[in-house]
Write a protein that binds this ligand. Structure first.
Ligand code: SAH
Length: 402
């Protein structure tokens, strides 16, 4: 819109330090601040500008977003140095992302844009039918909010758009947190579907984006194992796992969460899907409730424990790992012999082998044996950039216990 494709665009040139270009040449989409020549010219580039990145010898590496004030100084937009970063560029990337989701899903309920993996670094967009939420996690995306909203209008024509600018990554980019309605009106929780089941979320005041579509396939897998038995869903949030277990034919389901609003949404979902008679929302601390149930000798055919991130920063790794191990131990103790346990983790600081090790130790601590049926990540609407494997933050391990 502001850029004009017919006029030659000259972006500032940023030079990498000698010998630092290898990772980028191998396809990694980030450049760290200590890898570029942070001279007066570079420092003067306004945060969020597109730049031409060249190696120390002057060979072009592509067009990147640039922020001289943060650790990830440059993020790849295009390896083609002639790329113009305008409204059409954003719209084309959005169209490509939507086309992929439309191939993957029958219904308009999914993550539309998953940042780097969709060629829009720092941008998250979720779709709830005709309501869309947008999260800009980089200065580049934040500055282009108007262009992003225009592209979303053009491609998705939503009734309402919510800016969910409350991610922790924003602080690293020097951005403040805010949640605001950018278009339309929202009264009450919004409705969404997942695996044919109806749910409710509050993206205006709920947590993160209002719904975690990332567990879609893992929910379908565990729900199918709950038929004919009792299930319990710890850290249930809006009832994603628990209500799907009930719909799949669990004889009873308990959703445990400490948030009253989350449990309200879960209960509403149980009602909307006609399983309220087999569904109980229980407000409690997860570990305390696991211990209480164990002391009472209760067991369940399906136990789900998919908590918030226990490791929010690298320095918390040891403490967080102990918490995952404890969670696996307590959850295993209330899993019936022959029953199924799902342990989840959304901590990007905990890699899959480390998480699997905590779960395995927890089982042993509980005196249980079993077998892993599924080790999975997020569904395909949360694609992973091939050179950014650390963006594969989600882990879900499903076991059968003896
Ligand atoms: N399993 C959920 C996602 C979990 S989000 C899903 O499938 O969508 C984390 C949830 O854990 C939030 O709803 C939060 O309220 C809840 N929570 C955080 N700490 C808790 C605790 N100590 N006990 C119970 N619930 C907790």
């Amino acid at each position: 819109m502001s850029d004009n494709a017919t006029k030659p665009v000259k972006y500032p040139t940023i030079h990498m330090q000698a010998g630092r270009q290898r990772r980028v040449l191998h396809g990694h989409p980030w450049v760290y601040s200590n890898e570029v020549q942070m001279d007066a010219t570079a420092k003067a580039v306004p945060a969020g500008s597109p730049v031409r990145l060249v190696d120390a010898g002057g060979t072009p590496l592509g067009i990147f977003t640039f922020n001289p004030h943060t650790l990830i100084a440059a993020r790849l937009l295009s390896t083609d140095p002639a790329t113009v970063v305008d409204h059409e560029f954003i719209t084309a990337r959005l169209r490509r992302a939507v086309a992929l989701r439309d191939r993957l899903f029958d219904r308009p309920f999914y993550r539309v844009v998953h940042a780097e993996a969709d060629g829009l670094p720092g941008l998250i967009v979720d779709r709830f039918g005709d309501v869309v939420t947008v999260q800009a996690n980089s200065v580049f995306m934040d500055r282009r909010t108007d262009a992003i909203l225009a592209a979303i209008d053009e491609v998705l024509a939503p009734r309402a758009v919510i800016l969910r600018n409350d991610g922790t990554q924003r602080a690293l980019e020097g951005l403040s947190e805010e949640t605001a309605l950018a278009k339309g009106e929202i009264d009450g929780p919004i409705r969404l579907e997942e695996n044919g089941v109806t749910f409710f979320a509050n993206p205006l005041d709920g947590q993160k984006t209002g719904w975690f579509y990332d567990q879609r396939d893992n929910r379908a897998f565990i729900a199918a194992l709950a038929t004919g038995g009792r299930a319990i869903d710890f850290y249930s949030y809006n009832g994603g796992f628990g209500v799907q277990c009930a719909v799949a034919g669990a004889t009873s389901v308990v959703a445990v969460d400490r948030s009253a609003l989350a449990l309200e949404n879960a209960t509403r979902a149980a009602e909307a899907n006609g399983v309220a008679d087999r569904f109980e929302a229980r407000r409690a601390d997860a570990f305390q409730e696991m211990e209480r149930l164990n002391a009472a000798g209760e067991t369940f055919q399906v136990v789900v424990a998919d908590p918030p991130a226990f490791v929010k920063a690298k320095k918390d790794l040891a403490v967080g790992c102990r918490a995952y191990r404890k969670m696996a131990r307590l959850a295993a103790k209330i899993t019936a012999p022959g029953g199924f346990l799902l342990c989840g983790s959304c901590s990007h600081n905990v890699d899959p082998p480390t998480f699997a090790e905590q779960v395995a130790r927890g089982l042993t601590d509980a005196g249980r044996t079993g077998r892993i049926l599924r080790s999975a990540g997020a569904g395909p609407d949360h694609p992973v950039h091939p050179n950014l494997p650390e963006s594969a933050y989600l882990k879900a391990i499903v076991l059968q216990l003896d």
